[in-house]
Design a protein around this ligand. Structure first.
Ligand code: HEM
Length: 354
């Protein structure tokens, strides 16, 4: 069991029969063609009515913006519209303060901290209502308050929806690192521009092979879920020969695995979308136990295709219409949290493409 009550009894936080039930329901829902059409419409609507006006405004005014914040807002509005029917409107030129997003960040940070301190210690702090536990409680209140405003339904449903809303972090984090890597690799950016120029309409995103490879490469180097924790139900032996005892907690680090020469070869530190393209020009499939960004096995991510669609819509729109210049001297470093965010964001100046 994971040490978070914040995710309630949602799919991420339960095991066994309850998980099976959640998984079946989520699978049916996500696989439904009606949902696909709805998703498609809502994502393009957010691109047209949110992303483009904000970037146009920033480029006209010569503003410096935090791309990570921009993508957070994009994903947050989209996912909230999808799961609650309520558009937060956080992606707008007024750049409104979004207490919900900050509360989610705080809660995720504290959940990570709980993985590294003994349960008795964090429970004691929770009882005292001090330190990180105080921050966590406050965050939860803000999240509860937000969901109440959106939906006035029964309490169990709220937790599931917070669960879903927290997914906005993964897609937006992937996009932030993707654009950061592009800023360091103009060769890749220019190849993406070439690929985009062959598209008849921007809605042909599914034909984007090179963009797909570049997104996989960003996910390999900066997996938004950078580590996983699993516990064994029974004793077992790992393929490496290591003995596993019942209830033993095993943490594996996807960030490190994405940068191992033994797994990805000597050029593992390079940002090389070509790695993902076969000689025939198709996407090269890598087994999920090697490319773990979306997890592997029965608990593999259910939103993989959905997130690729969202990311491609954003990448195609931005690269076709804008260029970014990273602010000199601004430090881009990973933060320590449940999701591999950038600690100080990614500050850029926006220009309209000539
Ligand atoms: C780039 C974006 C994304 C990445 C890298 C990602 C990654 C992951 C990972 C690593 C897990 C396993 C987590 C764990 O077991 O603790 C997971 C699970 C899951 N993801 Fe994603 N995810 C992304 C986007 C999404 C989106 C947009 C959705 C849809 C709302 C989604 C839905 C889910 C669900 C429902 C699970 C739980 C599966 C289960 O436990 O059976 N994901 N994801």
């Amino acid at each position: 069991m994971k040490c978070s009550t914040f995710f309630g009894d949602g799919i991420f936080n339960v095991d066994s029969d309850l998980w099976k039930l959640h998984r079946k329901m989520a699978h049916t829902f996500i696989g439904e063609p009606k949902f696909h059409r709805f998703l498609h419409d809502k994502v393009w609507e957010k691109v047209e009515k949110g992303l483009i006006p904000v970037l146009d405004h920033a480029s006209k005014q010569g503003l410096v913006i935090d791309l990570q914040d921009l993508f957070y807002r994009f994903s947050l509005d989209t996912i909230c519209t999808l799961v609650t029917g309520c558009d937060l409107g956080s992606l707008s030129i007024d750049w409104p303060h979004v207490p919900f997003a900050n509360a989610l960040d705080d809660a995720e940070e504290v959940i990570l901290y709980r993985h590294f301190v003994p349960m008795s210690v964090w429970k004691f702090f929770r009882w005292l209502g001090v330190g990180n536990e105080k921050k966590y409680k406050k965050a939860w209140e803000i999240l509860d308050d937000f969901v109440y405003k959106c939906i006035t339904k029964k309490r169990e449903e709220k937790k599931t929806r917070i669960n879903e809303a927290s997914r906005r972090d993964t897609t937006s984090t992937a996009l932030s690192w993707f654009f950061y890597l592009l800023s360091k690799n103009p060769r890749v950016e220019s190849k993406i521009r070439d690929e985009l120029s062959t598209m008849e309409t921007i809605h042909d995103y599914h034909k984007l092979i090179y963009v797909h490879g570049a997104l996989c490469e960003a996910l390999r180097l900066y997996p938004p879920v950078a580590f996983e924790q699993k516990a064994s139900v029974e004793s077992d032996v790992l393929p490496s020969g290591h003995q596993v005892d019942p209830n033993m907690q095993i943490i594996f680090n996807m960030y490190a695995m994405g940068r191992m020469k033994a797994i990805w070869g000597d050029d593992c530190y390079e940002f090389k979308p070509e790695r993902w393209i076969s000689e025939r020009g198709n996407i090269r499939h890598e087994p999920s136990y090697k490319f773990l960004a979306f997890n592997a096995g029965p608990r593999t991510c259910l939103g993989k295709n959905m997130s690729f669609f969202q990311m491609k819509a954003v990448v195609a729109t931005i690269i076709k219409n804008y260029t970014f210049q990273a602010v000199e001297g601004h430090q881009v470093v990973p933060d320590i949290s449940l999701i591999l965010r950038m600690k100080h964001g990614f500050m850029v100046k926006v220009y309209h493409s000539p």
